[in-house]
Design a protein around this ligand. Structure first.
Ligand code: ADP
Length: 370
């Protein structure tokens, strides 16, 4: 099989013309971050964020041009713009004007971050709960919105029961435990009640939990998203004013494919992906303490690198994580000195850094993909 050379890729891309600027994308200096690994080619096209969606055909054309080269098995092209500030900066006008009002930031909440996964059962909720607790342990005021209306698990994971109170008949008080404000559909409907949700209902339930709950002043609201990348998730990503998203993935390739879908979903709607967390990364044996890497460990790190997304950390498959989160005492609060709790804390610290206000840190160039 022919090997793919940089020259060949750039040669193909010289035939891709940016119609507005009437020159090829290589000549215009728009191609960056070219990575060739075997037959896999990935690179970014740097664009003016204002041109956003209009350049999607150009992206596709570039992808097709590279894909057509002999030896290329996959071509991944992303549109990027270097943004000076952090995720919480004001965004460029949203391409869908009718959605603009819904994007207005929730009052009192400085940053809303989504915890998402390409599919169910990867430990998204466990990760969301422990990250929320990690953020609180780092001194942030934190809320946790369980948007996983299909299977709300936060009441159980966060060890909270009962019904939220209302003082004015209009807004609900969030439930609280371990210093975190929590709202979940699980508080509002009986656990036994089967819930059948269609897309629009999911969105209105989530909007209500966002707007009609007295969250107060929060540094961060962590949203545990419904698993998957269907319409409900896309609408949520579009309409909730997210400062960023975290993708939780297991190392199995199949899950990584799903994770990529999640990544693309957020990129499509201009939500910065803050990073990937690899969950069930390796197996920590409770008897001998040894690590066994039953699923090709490290896949998510490699994938993150390839896609230009930060790798936020890896959490092993450990019975202690399951027992504590299923028992309502997530490991960050019940075993704060354990290495796993420390890993969640490190992820939380990194997130706070990434969400820090402009000027509070030296912002690395931010990749924004539209
Ligand atoms: P999701 O939200 O992706 O559906 P959950 O967070 O509900 O997944 O996790 C599914 C199950 O896996 C739960 O029983 C949870 O306790 C367990 N689990 C999640 N992460 C880990 C881990 N790192 N080690 C051991 N068990 C885990």
């Amino acid at each position: 099989m022919a090997t793919v050379s940089e020259e060949a890729v750039l040669g193909a891309l010289r035939k891709v013309i940016d119609p507005a600027r009437r020159d090829n994308i290589v000549g215009l200096g728009m191609v960056s971050g070219l990575v060739i690994k075997g037959g896999n080619v990935a690179f970014a096209i740097e664009v003016d964020p204002a041109r956003g969606k209009a350049l999607e055909p150009l992206r596709q054309e570039a992808e097709r041009a590279v894909q057509a080269l002999p030896g290329v098995t996959s071509a991944t092209v992303v549109l990027t713009a270097h943004r000076a500030g952090p995720a919480s900066q004001p965004r460029a006008a949203h391409p869908h004007p009718q959605q603009a009002p819904a994007k207005a930031p929730a009052p009192g909440i400085r940053a809303i971050i989504a915890v998402a996964s390409g599919k169910g059962g990867v430990g998204k909720s466990t990760t969301a709960a422990n990250i929320a607790l990690g953020l609180a342990a780092e001194g942030a005021s934190v809320g946790l919105l369980d948007a996983d209306v299909y299977g709300p698990s936060m009441p159980r994971m966060m060890g909270v029961r009962g019904k939220p109170a209302t003082h004015d008949g209009k807004t609900l008080e969030p439930m609280r435990n371990y210093g975190v404000a929590i709202m979940s559909m699980g508080f509002l409907v009986d656990e036994e009640t089967p819930m059948i949700w269609r897309g629009p209902m999911v969105m209105s339930a989530i909007q209500q939990m966002l707007r009609d709950v007295n969250w107060g002043e929060l540094d961060v609201l962590v949203v545990d998203m419904p698993p998957g990348t269907g319409d409900a998730q896309l609408t949520l990503a579009q309409q909730v004013p997210l400062a960023g998203a975290i993708i939780v993935s297991t190392p199995q390739d199949i899950a990584l494919l799903d994770a990529r879908k999640g990544l693309n979903m957020f990129r499509k709607v201009d939500v910065p992906v803050l990073g990937i967390v690899e969950n069930m990364s390796y197996f920590a044996c409770p008897h001998c303490g040894q690590r066994s890497e039953i699923f090709a460990h490290g896949g998510a790190r490699k994938e993150a690198e390839r896609l230009g997304v930060e790798f936020l950390g890896e959490i092993p498959l450990d019975i202690a994580i399951r027992e504590t989160s299923d028992g309502g005492q997530p490991i960050v609060v019940s075993q704060p000195q354990s290495p796993h709790a420390q890993s969640y804390r490190a992820i939380a610290r990194r997130l706070l850094e990434k969400l820090a206000p402009a000027g509070a840190r030296r912002a690395p160039p931010k990749i924004v993909v539209q």
